[in-house]
Design a protein around this ligand. Structure first.
Ligand SMILES: [Zn+2]
Length: 58
């Protein structure tokens, strides 16, 4: 494996760690208007602060 392939694979892993899980950091589709944190789904209530302030990112 070349150095570039190795770096590319590492980047893919880093990218996956951002997009996976509960936190949708990186490319959030929704955001909480109350605490201004990214949310991965269109929750009724924000998983971070509990407010019903989740909106789609424009
Ligand atoms: Zn919130």
């Amino acid at each position: 494996m070349s150095l570039f392939e190795k770096a590319g694979r590492k980047f893919e892993e880093t990218k996956r760690s951002f997009t996976g899980g509960d936190d949708a950091e990186g490319d959030p589709e929704y955001v909480c208007r109350s605490c201004e944190k990214p949310v991965s789904e269109d929750y009724d209530h924000c998983p971070h602060c509990g407010d019903a302030a989740v909106e789609p990112v424009e």
